[in-house]
Design a protein around this ligand. Structure first.
Ligand SMILES: Cc1cc2nc3c(=O)[nH]c(=O)nc-3n(C[C@H](O)[C@H](O)[C@H](O)COP(=O)(O)OP(=O)(O)OC[C@H]3O[C@@H](n4cnc5c(N)ncnc54)[C@H](O)[C@@H]3O)c2cc1C
Length: 493
């Protein structure tokens, strides 16, 4: 077996995935993780009898299923296929739509609500189906041959009309093509405005095909299966250890220096930390620093969030398990006024709460700076906010105030302290057209033996892209090291 040693900075999904593939390719691997536990932002934590699920609202399968299988997450974890992706409710008008797997029924429901948009709704439904004919490759695009690119283009031919029509940012597409103000408002709440409308079609297409699911046992089961796979492959890890510098000699990564001054030697280093931290702090801006600074000025990161979870003594079994609540009376969250929020009701899996109880979660955009400047009032502000959110939710959950048995509030500082999410951007860069089509590389020019993976090199973030990017980085590594990439089995010669 090879003794080439790879240090992986960060034990989130991308780091764990890279670790598994690197072990299969015969590298010795050590994950160095800042937090007390592995998993990164893909986290779940126990609070008394409740399990607070901090991540997976929906898991995208389809082409990505193979990656989960290679990583031994499937079939170890069972999946519950989603019949409804999300239910949109306009609290001011009572308008409600469940975005269901039956795309024809969904199109009929939307057309009933907005007959003037019948043609555009039909176009969406057909486009969602047409996009499914494309089979995104799970192999590294940086290793794609001309032949690979040509065959992908060929597969796209049937979807070309939809690709052109829906390539516009959500906000612009809705403004130009949707006449009903109610539907325009709904679409704008479902995806960030700068995201190409194509993303919505892709989600609907995947939903229609049964490719969207939730892991049985929630985020915890998914994360633990991947941690188990990494450990079973002989991967090593250190937690509560922060990397302060990537050690470079002769334009080659040679190891890392930890916050306590310890130097760890390595033949190869892979970072899954945020782009700004990796390029500007750990490497001191010496490799592609200017490009990163420009990106930070021009691109948008995901809004920081508050995730407030309430353990409640009622099952709320009939409430949709994912609810986009819109046009509620305006309320403030960390210096930011909101009139909408995403609500998760964990009523679809017994793992979250004792019988007769459930966990209700509110996910709301907020301001990083506000939380970072609360000083000694930080915890009090969390309590104040929790109470305010119960008030916002109460009209939709009768009797809520008297039913709450547990309150847990995660702020952007929680994401910084536990996963070093840069300024609370829990999913990295927003997937604007520019960010997606720029195709970020997983190497930095001029620096050998160094790779990157994770949501900061995959704009839009998400579970599937995080694990796939770990695969891509190891494919590049195998190419550079003259090794065969073995996605399953072992190559320990
Ligand atoms: C509330 C929430 C809901 C979500 N819902 C979904 C969903 O429904 N579906 C979906 O697909 N995705 C969802 N996501 C997104 C998905 O979880 C992430 O995109 C993915 O887990 C990111 O993995 P990663 O490994 O790239 O990054 P991270 O999880 O951020 O991992 C990076 C790791 O590196 C460590 N690290 C950073 N710097 C250092 C350093 N200097 N030294 C040591 N360690 C370091 C961090 O502590 C962290 O553990 C959600 C995320 C959140 C927060």
């Amino acid at each position: 077996m090879s003794d080439r040693h790879l240090i992986i900075i960060g034990g989130g999904l991308a780091g764990l995935s890279a670790g598994c593939y690197a072990r299969r390719a015969g590298f010795r691997t050590t994950i160095v993780e800042h937090n007390l536990a592995l998993g990164g932002v893909c986290a779940a934590w126990h609070r008394g009898p409740y399990l607070v699920d901090g991540c997976i609202h929906w898991l995208t399968g389809g082409a990505f299923q193979q990656v989960y299988e290679e990583l031994d997450i499937l079939p170890a974890v069972k999946l519950n296929v989603l019949d409804t992706w999300v239910t949109y409710r306009d609290a001011s008008t009572g308008f409600e739509v469940a975005l269901t797997r039956d795309l024809d029924a969904l199109a009929r429901r939307l057309t009933d609500a907005a007959p003037e948009d019948a043609a555009e709704i039909a176009r969406m439904r057909d486009g969602a189906r047409a996009l499914l004919a494309m089979h995104p490759s799970i192999d590294s695009p940086e290793l794609a041959t001309v032949g690979d690119t040509m065959s992908q283009l060929w597969e796209m031919r049937g979807a070309l009309g939809s690709l052109v029509h829906f390539r516009k940012p959500m906000g612009r597409w809705a403004a130009e093509h949707v006449r009903s103000a109610q539907l325009r408002r709904m679409f704008a709440q479902l995806m960030p405005e700068s995201t190409p409308a194509l993303f919505l079609l892709l989600v609907l297409g995947y939903l229609g095909e049964g490719y969207l699911s939730r892991p049985v046992g929630g985020t915890e089961a998914f994360r633990d299966a991947l941690v188990h796979a990494y450990r079973s492959l002989g991967g090593e890890s250190m937690v509560h250890s922060t990397v302060d510098e990537v050690v470079v000699r002769g334009d080659r990564a040679r190891g890392v220096r930890l916050a306590d001054g310890t130097i760890m030697d390595a033949d190869l280093v892979l970072s899954t930390s945020s782009g700004p931290e990796t390029v500007l702090r750990l490497l001191g801006g010496r490799y592609e620093g200017d490009a990163m600074r420009k990106r930070m000025a021009a691109w948008t990161t995901f809004d920081p969030i508050v995730l407030a979870s309430f353990g409640v003594a009622a099952p709320f079994a009939e409430t949709p398990s994912l609810l986009e609540l819109d046009r509620v009376p305006p309320f403030e969250v960390g210096g930011r006024r909101n009139d909408s929020l995403m609500v998760r009701v964990c009523n679809d899996d017994p793992c979250f709460a004792p019988v007769g109880h459930t966990v209700i979660q509110a996910l709301v955009p907020t301001d990083y700076e506000w939380w970072a400047t609360r000083g000694a009032r930080y915890n009090d502000e969390k309590d104040v906010l929790a109470e305010r959110l119960v008030g916002v939710l109460a009209p939709h959950f009768p009797g809520l105030a008297d039913l709450v048995r547990l309150t847990d509030v995660a702020t952007p500082l929680t994401y910084w302290h536990t996963a070093r999410s840069w300024r609370g951007a829990f999913e990295g860069w927003q997937p604007s057209g520019e960010a997606i089509f720029a195709r970020l590389h997983k190497r930095l020019s001029g620096l050998d033996g160094f790779y990157m993976a994770g949501q900061w090199v995959e704009p839009g973030g998400g579970v599937p892209t995080a694990v796939m990017s770990g695969r891509h980085a190891v494919q590049l590594m195998c190419r550079d090291e003259g090794r065969v990439f073995t996605p399953t089995g072992m190559n320990w010669n």
